[in-house]
Design a protein around this ligand. Structure first.
Ligand SMILES: Cc1cc2nc3c(=O)[nH]c(=O)nc-3n(C[C@H](O)[C@H](O)[C@H](O)COP(=O)(O)O)c2cc1C
Ligand code: SF4
Ligand code: SF4
Length: 432
């Protein structure tokens, strides 16, 4: 059976599944229940000078019948006294010495950082996570994403922390920035042991059109919040991949953002993450989801012959390129399987109105679709198909439209090679 244990920048855990700093890690009692379900680690709800929260705090968008496809929150950091938090941290780290109990911190002055780093470590923290990501409330006070968006400030505060920390330090990055590599490299220059990403994305969820008040409604007004949940996974994956493949970046990564299943987690690991963190999926379905995550990941690894996570970590990041380095001679076309096609013709409409009009219908007057006897099955003109994928994405029948590679007998040529004159491309053909 596959070994799921990890050593993340010196922090050991029985598996890569950690709870992200958020409501599921608010108290010691919650974290201990989570550990009993199997979570390998937990990042404590961010400690800082205790704050007051508002109500309501959350809003969500549902899509295609799925509740909470995206979650928006305007919650701040812990609203419980620091003494209470530290007492509970002590209990958790004593009772669960094999789990990665990481303490998330967000303070203003170097003295406050020093005091709370020392208290976290005295009480058994296995690591520290610096919250430079909160995109609401705390940034207005000069913390959270206000730090994460300024690489020089991020580097400076990381340097302060590294003076006092005797356990591994993870810098948690904000996605509310143009180029994630810049804060990633700043964390590395500041001496951090690792990074985690992403924190939430600045967002405004919706407007109630009866009251004209955006949501969540806080006494007749609202404010921007932080977006997370399944909807943000592609953004998080891209940022993890960008960092993992950057030649100057060399720190372990904890991947966060929209992870709900073992497959989501495996994708982050394939792109270079060592551990993953989960928030929204646990807020939605509870701690027990980790049981399926552990089971699914280890079965999949067994089926692929991966004995440890290191066997596939980063394999997909090696396949990430700049657009200009992709092979322009690679060609696929759509192929419809008439045996499974239900004749809905969604592909025909999508290609006609939303792509390049390369799909035809029997009897449509174009004379392109042969009379096959399947009179509702569309026909793809392969010599016109641009290989865009759209029809296969809209087709409601799994695997009914496949994208088939066409061997044109041409060697790979990238845009960069073409531009530099290193290689030629065949003449471009397009549809009039
Ligand atoms: C209600 C709520 C509160 C959160 N509080 C914190 C926090 O205190 N500190 C922190 O670093 N991240 C906080 N986060 C962000 C999460 O840790 C995580 O980065 C984000 O939700 C993306 O993961 P997900 O898509 O699995 O939810 C919070 C998220 C939510 C939804
Ligand atoms: S969308 Fe799929 S099922 Fe519908 S007509 Fe096209 S190929 Fe057939
Ligand atoms: S791949 Fe694109 S261009 Fe080709 S048939 Fe499908 S939608 Fe049309």
């Amino acid at each position: 059976m596959a070994d799921l244990s990890i050593n993340f920048a010196g922090i050991e855990a029985p598996n890569p599944f950690w709870l992200a700093s958020a409501p599921p890690t608010n108290t010691g009692a919650q974290i201990m229940r989570a550990y009993d379900h199997g979570w390998g680690g937990a990042v404590w709800k961010t400690l800082g000078t205790p704050i007051r929260n508002v109500t309501a705090r959350f809003a969500a968008n549902d899509y295609g019948g799925q509740r909470m496809m995206g979650l928006n929150n305007i919650e701040l950091i812990t609203d419980r006294p620091l003494d209470v938090n530290y007492e509970e941290i002590r209990e958790v780290t004593r009772k669960y010495p094999d789990r990665a109990t990481v303490i998330s911190l967000m303070f203003e002055t170097e003295d406050e950082w020093k005091e709370n780093i020392e208290r976290s470590i005295e009480n058994g923290a296995k690591g520290l996570e610096l919250n430079f990501g909160c995109p609401h409330g705390m940034c207005e006070r000069g913390m959270g994403s206000a730090v994460g968006q300024e690489p020089l400030v991020l580097e400076r505060i990381t340097t302060w922390v590294m003076r006092y920390a005797t356990v591994p330090v993870i810098v948690k990055l904000t996605p509310n920035i143009t180029d994630i590599v810049q804060p990633g490299l700043a964390a590395q220059r500041g001496g951090a042991d690792a990074v985690s990403l992403i924190n939430t994305i600045k967002s405004l969820m919706a407007v109630d059109l009866d009251t004209m008040i955006p949501v969540p409604n806080v006494g007749g007004a609202s404010t921007n919040g932080g977006y997370c949940g399944p909807a943000v996974k592609p953004i998080a994956l891209n940022m993890v991949g960008q960092l993992a493949r950057h030649r100057e970046f060399d720190l372990p990564i904890s991947g966060i953002g929209g992870i709900s299943t073992w497959k989501d987690a495996a994708e982050f690991i394939a792109l270079g993450a060592t551990s993953v963190q989960v928030c929204t999926a646990v807020m939605h379905h509870g701690y027990r989801i980790v049981e399926d995550m552990i089971d699914g990941l280890s079965r999949w690894m067994d089926s692929k012959g991966y004995r440890s996570l290191a066997d596939f970590s980063g394999l997909a990041s090696q396949r990430l390129r700049n657009w200009e380095d992709l092979d322009m001679n690679f060609k696929v076309v759509a192929a419809i399987d008439p045996a499974t096609c239900i004749g809905c013709q969604l592909c025909y409409i999508a290609c006609k109105d939303g792509s390049h009009h390369c799909i035809y219908l029997p009897g449509d007057g174009s004379g392109k679709a042969p009379d096959t006897g399947f009179d509702r099955v569309p026909f793809v003109a392969h010599d016109e198909c641009t290989g865009c994928n759209l029809c296969s994405l809209v087709c409601p029948v799994p695997n009914c439209i496949s994208m088939v590679e066409v061997d044109r007998g041409l060697a790979p040529v990238s845009w960069r090679q073409f531009q530099s004159g290193e290689a030629k491309l065949p003449a471009y053909t397009y549809k009039h």
